[in-house]
Design a protein around this ligand. Structure first.
Ligand code: BGC
Length: 839
């Protein structure tokens, strides 16, 4: 059998800082205080410098949808890639490597040295809030693509930081829960992608998770988990890079320092500093551990060119260029999955299209990227309407209809409704009050959006917003107030809402600062001719969020009486009836998919199911496009002729969709996760900790393995995707030890295409834990119509192995194995047998 992984592990070399013999000596010559100072961030995004080690400040930034930057450059924008599951849907490590290199170049451009990406937790449950940010539900697919991304990022001399080590698959109460995972599942499923990014990606850093792990031997927050950080990651796997904490995750001194964490972020304050110096002096933490952490951080700095002796970084274009836009577009296209295409409706022939009805809440307001730390201010955005318009001949008329609002919150109040009570001019007046109530300043802004407002003088303790709202039109107007922390809201002098949440930094960590809960109050207006005026006061106490600074958040939203979804759907249906083709873009939005919380339903928000049904009834040529990062239920899927999954497609969304719809490129994606037909079938339906514990009860049966084990039929299985052509599977052979599989396929359709040939291993069923089948390997081939090609797929030896808990070692059970090959986990066409003997 070949090596555990498909390619040899990259060796550490003196040139990349991996083996600097003099470094340890120079580090241990520093005094303890100076060394400990290097182990906590200098700011929110940077590490401290140390001239005696030639160490320059290392700068970090979030991914994985791009490189957000450090905020030092106000207004800076950047390349916005499709959300990671899109890349995973390409099943293409070579594309991952190219995209990684794009991130690396963008990082160099933004003077970022460590990119906090990729996210390689698994999509264990479809409701997970960060589902869009992760790659796949499958450990093998995740690991192979993540290693490609890491190699690409690091090829530019920028460190990748795969996250969040490990078993961090829920967002609910995310900084506190423990994941209880049996050791075999941990090894074979959740640690596996991390093992791959170390061995095949050669990653230079890893981020430890907020959550903790209880593996039966040790139960600890991840930043303190010695068995996993020091034992497995650094010990067994030989990881010589730095373990970085998740932001504001570290709460202890000795435990985390001994556990194997190397760097506390952010800084400059934190639980290490003087407390760690004292712990070392008290003999609670060996100084050699501090030295090892510093060596790892200096090694990291050397690898990313942040020692004063480092060679210059590779030159990259000063501004994003068109080749980069093209790669983002290619990724979105390659990831688009054709779920259904009856009677060859797709691709559309542009010549025959006189009128196209573009419909749906996401047609009007595409959801380009997921929310939370991954957010990137995009350099440009090509929406679906713009992309289609640009691609269709001028003679084609494109009509656009929303067909109802799918937001959970109404829009911000129209600035025209808001008047400054002092001057009567437009706007909302903010007064900044110090601890003693003295007014330190004021400002007037014409908006109801005071989200994460920080532009107040130092010493401000309260921000008091005042505005007079004019409500025009008879009926009940609804004002929705959203605020975080401690606040009080008065309407015409009467208290209508209040909050007393003093969790401070936790308001950032669960994203409430972006998504405060709404409090809705109705204001009747009796006479259409006589507007009502409401004097509002929003008295907000400044939130102190540690390393994340000080801010207030307030949202003022408005719903006018009689704003109706029914009328919008009616108009959309009429447009569909009059068109040659109706393209309905449905999906999620920032109210639904984000870091910081898990979803409570898989249903599409708003009246989108009704919209699709009505449009499909009105026009038999209806194409439905799903603009979502994570599974949503599509109860009408079998009633529409064509169905595409277009993800959160990033800045080139519209161009990519036009390429696909008009057949300029093949939508060759395959689902990297299972799409449920009914919520009740989902093997892991939620991610909610019970008494602080998330039980990984399903064990090894994650994702498609769980569906197979339960014998349930999903709406569309893992690995499914039709593309534009058809394939015949003709022959399969496997070498004697099952390490390489060759599959002969013929393109039997009328168009050139790309096929992702998938191999699933069926092991001897030596117990109930053994999954019925696991993904064992995959490879893409392309072929012209009628052409026959052979896909060669490597099967890593790890796929045959099981973690023997008692022995603490990998073993390969002897017996008869079967390698099934096919188009998806449920469309298996050929089988090869492999006999594994006793070692
Ligand atoms: C997220 C990380 C992110 C970090 C810095 C945390 O809340 O979990 O993924 O890298 O913030 O923004």
């Amino acid at each position: 059998m070949t090596s555990v992984f498909s390619t040899p592990a990259p060796a550490a070399s003196p040139a990349d800082g991996g083996d600097d013999a003099g470094l340890a000596a120079r580090v241990s010559a520093l005094d303890l205080e100076s060394k400990v100072r290097l182990l906590t961030g200098g700011t929110l995004w940077t590490l401290p410098a140390e001239p005696r080690l030639g160490l320059l400040p290392v700068r970090m930034s979030d991914g994985p949808q791009g490189v957000r930057g450090t905020g030092d450059d106000p207004g800076a924008t950047g390349l916005l890639a499709p959300a990671p599951s899109t890349l995973a849907a390409s099943w293409d490590p070579e594309l991952a490597e190219r995209l990684g290199a794009l991130f690396g170049a963008e990082a160099v451009r933004k003077r970022v040295d460590v990119l906090l990406a990729p996210g390689i937790n698994l999509q264990r449950t479809p409701v997970a809030g960060r589902h869009f940010e992760y790659l796949s539900e499958d450990p093998l697919l995740t690991g192979i693509l993540a290693a490609g991304l890491v190699r690409g990022i690091q090829s530019l001399g920028v460190a990748a930081c795969p996250k969040h080590f490990v078993a961090n698959e829920s967002e609910t109460d995310r900084t506190r829960y423990r994941s209880r995972v049996d050791p075999r599942t941990l090894r074979e499923v959740y640690l596996a992608p991390f093992e791959t990014v170390v061995a095949e990606g050669g990653t230079w850093s890893v981020m430890s998770a907020y959550s903790g792990v209880d593996d039966g031997t040790e139960s600890a927050p991840m930043g303190e988990h010695a068995g996993l950080l020091r034992g497995v990651l650094k010990g067994e796997w030989g990881f010589d890079g730095a373990v970085v904490s998740d932001w504001a995750a570290t709460r202890t001194t000795g435990e985390s320092a001994r556990g194997g964490l190397d760097l506390v972020m952010p800084g400059p304050d934190g639980p290490w500093g003087d407390a760690l110096v004292a712990a070392v002096r008290a003999g609670e933490v060996p100084e050699s551990m501090v030295d090892d952490k510093v060596v790892r951080l200096v090694r990291l700095a050397g690898r990313v060119g942040r020692l004063d002796s480092s060679p210059a970084r590779p030159a990259v274009p000063a501004r994003p260029d068109t080749a980069e836009y093209d790669l983002l577009r290619e990724t979105a296209v390659r990831g688009t999955v054709v779920l259904r295409n009856e009677a060859g409706l797709l691709p559309l022939a542009p010549a025959g299209l006189a009128r196209v009805a573009l419909i749906g809440p996401n047609a009007v307001a595409p959801y380009f990227q997921g929310g939370g730390s991954a957010y990137v201010p995009p350099v440009r955005l090509v929406g679906f309407a713009k992309g289609l318009r640009a691609a269709l001949p001028p003679s084609t008329e494109v009509t656009v209809h929303r067909g109802g609002d799918a937001r959970l919150h109404p829009p911000f109040a129209d600035p025209a409704m808001l008047a400054d009570p002092e001057t009567g001019g437009a706007g909302v007046r903010a007064e900044f009050l110090g601890a003693d109530g003295a007014v330190l300043g004021s400002v007037v802004r014409e908006t109801g959006d005071w989200g994460e407002f920080r532009a107040f003088p130092a010493g401000t303790r309260r921000v008091v917003l005042r505005t007079d709202v004019t409500l025009t039109g008879e009926g009940t107007h609804e004002l929705e107030f959203g605020a975080v922390g401690r606040f009080e809201i008065l309407a015409d002098g009467e208290r209508v809402a209040a909050g007393d949440d003093d969790r401070g930094v936790d308001l950032v960590l669960d994203s409430s600062h972006h998504h405060p809960e709404g409090i809705t109050v109705g204001f009747p207006v009796a006479d259409a001719e006589v507007p009502r005026r409401v004097a509002l006061t929003l008295d907000l106490t400044v939130v102190d969020a540690d390393g994340y600074g000080h801010f207030v958040t307030a949202h003022l939203r408005h719903t006018a009486p009689g704003t109706g979804t029914a009328e919008e759907i009616e108009a959309a249906v009429e447009a569909a009836r009059a068109a040659d083709v109706a393209v309905v873009v449905v999906g999620t939005n920032e109210d639904v998919e984000s870091e910081g919380w898990d979803r409570t339903t898989l249903a599409l928000p708003g009246a989108q199911d009704e919209l699709v049904r009505r449009v499909a009834e009105a026009n038999p040529r209806t194409v439905v496009v799903v603009n979502a990062g994570a599974p949503v239920l599509l109860p009408w899927a079998e009633d529409v002729p064509a169905l595409l999954w277009a993800w959160l497609p990033g800045q080139e969304a519209g161009h990519a969709l036009a390429d696909v719809l008009l057949g300029r490129a093949e939508a060759a994606g395959r689902l990297p996760w299972t799409l449920p037909a009914r919520a009740a079938d989902v093997p892991v339906p939620d991610a909610v900790p019970v008494d602080g514990v998330v039980e990984y009860r399903e064990g090894l049966h994650v994702g498609h393995r769980g569906w197979d084990r339960a014998g349930l039929a999903p709406a569309f299985p893992f690995g499914h995707g039709l593309g534009w052509t058809e394939w015949a599977y003709e022959a399969v052979t496997a070498d004697a030890d099952g390490a390489e599989v060759a599959v002969r396929v013929t393109n039997t359709g009328a168009r050139a295409g790309r096929e992702v040939v998938q191999v699933y291993l069926e092991a001897p069923q030596d117990g109930p834990d053994r999954p019925l089948r696991v993904l064992a390997g995959f490879a893409s081939v392309t072929a012209e119509p009628g052409a026959t090609v052979t896909a060669t797929i490597r099967v890593p030896s790890r796929v045959y192995q099981v973690w023997d808990v008692a022995a603490g070692a990998w073993t390969t059970p002897a017996g008869a194995y079967r390698l099934h090959v096919g188009r998806s986990s449920r469309d298996l066409r050929l089988t090869a047998a492999v006999e594994i003997g006793t070692a």
